[in-house]
Design a protein around this ligand. Structure first.
Ligand code: GLN
Length: 291
């Protein structure tokens, strides 16, 4: 049942409960948090500060706005699409349905890259393949004052989002975004010190087990890669060594439980230096390698 919010009056505390109950009734596990985030969006404050306004009554137009947001979330639209942004590496990224929503798990790649870079003031060249929102490349550039980067994506719509994010973060002078089917737009002689990619890696057979927020709202091209989720890794593994500078390294995001498969793919390609890095939850999340 959808509550008719527009008829009701109530305080912030009242609406927090209403929205939470309404989302919980749709089996949304994060109902409590989502309610707070939606209220914060309506009130124009941070989720933390919603509680400071518990006793304030919502205006009619605020209730109308909240009703629209709630209806969208009840359809399982991700919060990142409803709000149009998502935090990653403590930075705010614009998000649209054309890009994969940045996930906390992917911060593992940023930390791994920073751990491997010996001199963070060096003028490093970074390549990000399948850049999407640009979150990996731009987060890394935000930590490396003298680095510059190239983000590639096959989707023009995604590139527009990435360019806007570079602008928002004041990084557009150090980041270029170009349309490319994996490495197709790269000139043979180009070399990079750090190569990153969060390619699609979900197996088509897993599609039905994904949450509706992902399955129904995120770009398929950013999610699936053949039956086992490994097709794009195969392409990247053969193509990337040509573009790696001496002493450079390559980082891929991988799915939880894909560590063994990646080790095998890389070993079969003759790669000797392979390191699997886990995320904060202890799951395989990143493979670092170099030819
Ligand atoms: N980690 C994402 C998920 O599980 C998938 C991202 C990807 O395929 N690169 O939803």
């Amino acid at each position: 049942m959808t509550p008719d919010l527009s008829q009701a009056k109530g305080t912030v505390a009242f609406w927090l409960r209403e929205v939470r109950n309404s989302l919980a009734a749709c089996d949304i596990e994060t109902a409590e948090l989502d309610a707070r985030v939606l209220l914060a969006h309506v009130l124009g404050c941070t989720p933390m500060n919603v509680y400071l306004q518990q006793d304030r009554e919502l205006t009619e137009s605020e209730v109308g706005f909240l009703e629209k947001l709630l209806a969208r979330r009840r359809q399982r639209e991700p919060l990142s699409h409803i709000l149009g942004e998502k935090e990653f590496w403590s930075l705010s990224f614009k998000v649209t349905p054309d890009v994969l929503t940045p996930r906390p798990d992917s911060e593992t790649l940023i930390q791994a890259a920073l751990d491997k870079i010996r001199d963070r003031t060096a003028p490093l060249r970074i390549l990000d393949l399948g850049t999407g929102s640009g979150c990996l490349l731009l987060s890394l550039l935000s930590e490396l004052q003298n680095a510059s980067g190239l983000g590639l994506d096959i989707s023009e719509a995604a590139l527009a989002v990435a360019r806007e994010n570079a602008e928002r973060l004041g990084l557009s002078e150090r980041a270029i975004f170009i349309k490319s089917d994996w490495t197709s737009a790269l000139a043979r002689k180009e070399k990079f010190d750090v190569i990153l990619s969060n390619p699609p890696y979900i197996g088509l057979s897993e599609k039905e087990s994904l949450p509706p927020e992902v399955r129904e709202f995120e770009p398929e091209r950013a999610l699936y890669s053949g039956e086992e989720g490994l097709d794009d890794y195969r392409k990247l593994i053969t193509r990337l060594p040509d573009f790696l500078a001496v002493d450079g390294f390559i980082l891929f995001e991988i799915g939880a439980g894909q560590g063994a498969s990646l080790k095998e793919l890389l070993s079969n390609a003759g790669i000797r230096e392979i390191e699997i890095i886990k995320d904060l939850a202890g799951r395989d999340r990143c493979v670092a390698w170099r030819p």
